[in-house]
Ligand binder design. Structure first.
Ligand code: AMP
Length: 196
């Protein structure tokens, strides 16, 4: 059994029929995202998406934003970034019935990788991608939870190109516009749904 008596959820209920990008949905998502000041270090206002994740309707609506956008174009594979990008990217890939490629922090992927260094709003790191994950010329959509300075997604973009993919679009639930991260993704269309 998956749910205790009295706790059952009707898994066969009709899905929400509101378009994913409706102002009503965007407003609800905006209100749910929690600002956590000084996390993970002083001066950073962390956008906490866990209130969205733990509300079944909001979580579905957030995924639908990416999904609706992906359905407007030809996409072969989704690439998503460790770790919060996985939450949205995997749901989108599942729903579209296409492959998912994780970009992970250094040392986590078991096979041969390409590696790229990047700078975060709050630190430095390296990320990796399996060298055989993309067939030459495959059309890739990159998905992550948030675009801040753009260092992470610019590195992801360079990895995608190194392994032979064509990055057709980068999609983010949240964009911190004041950090101008999209400038680092010059040449790649950038879509964000919630802007601050
Ligand atoms: P950046 O490379 O600066 O664009 O940073 C983007 C990555 O860092 C994303 O994977 C985010 O999950 C995370 N990140 C950066 N800044 C924040 C923030 N203020 N709130 C939440 N996540 C952040």
């Amino acid at each position: 059994m998956f749910a205790a008596p009295g706790m059952a959820v009707d898994l066969f209920r009709p899905l929400a029929s509101i378009p994913a990008m409706s102002p009503e949905v965007i407003e609800k998502l905006h209100r749910a995202i929690r600002d956590v000041p000084d996390f993970p270090k002083a001066g950073i206002v962390f956008k906490d998406i866990t209130p969205v994740l733990c509300d079944g309707t909001l979580f579905r609506q957030a995924i639908d934003l990416f999904l609706e956008r992906c359905r407007t174009q030809e996409v072969d594979k989704i690439v998503c970034i460790d770790a919060r990008g996985f939450l949205f990217g995997s749901a989108v890939a599942y729903q579209l019935g296409i492959g998912l490629i994780p970009i992970r922090k250094k040392g986590k992927l078991p096979y041969k990788t390409e590696r790229a260094a990047y700078t975060l709003e709050y630190g430095e790191a390296e990320m990796e991608m399996h060298i055989d994950s993309v067939n030459a010329g495959q059309r890739i959509v990159l998905i992550d939870d948030l675009l801040a300075t753009g260092g992470t997604s610019a590195s992801a973009s360079s990895l995608i190109k190194k392994v032979g993919g064509v990055l057709v679009e980068a999609q983010f639930l949240i964009e911190l516009e004041f950090l101008h991260g999209r400038q680092k993704l010059e040449g790649t269309p950038v879509i964000s749904f919630l802007r601050y």
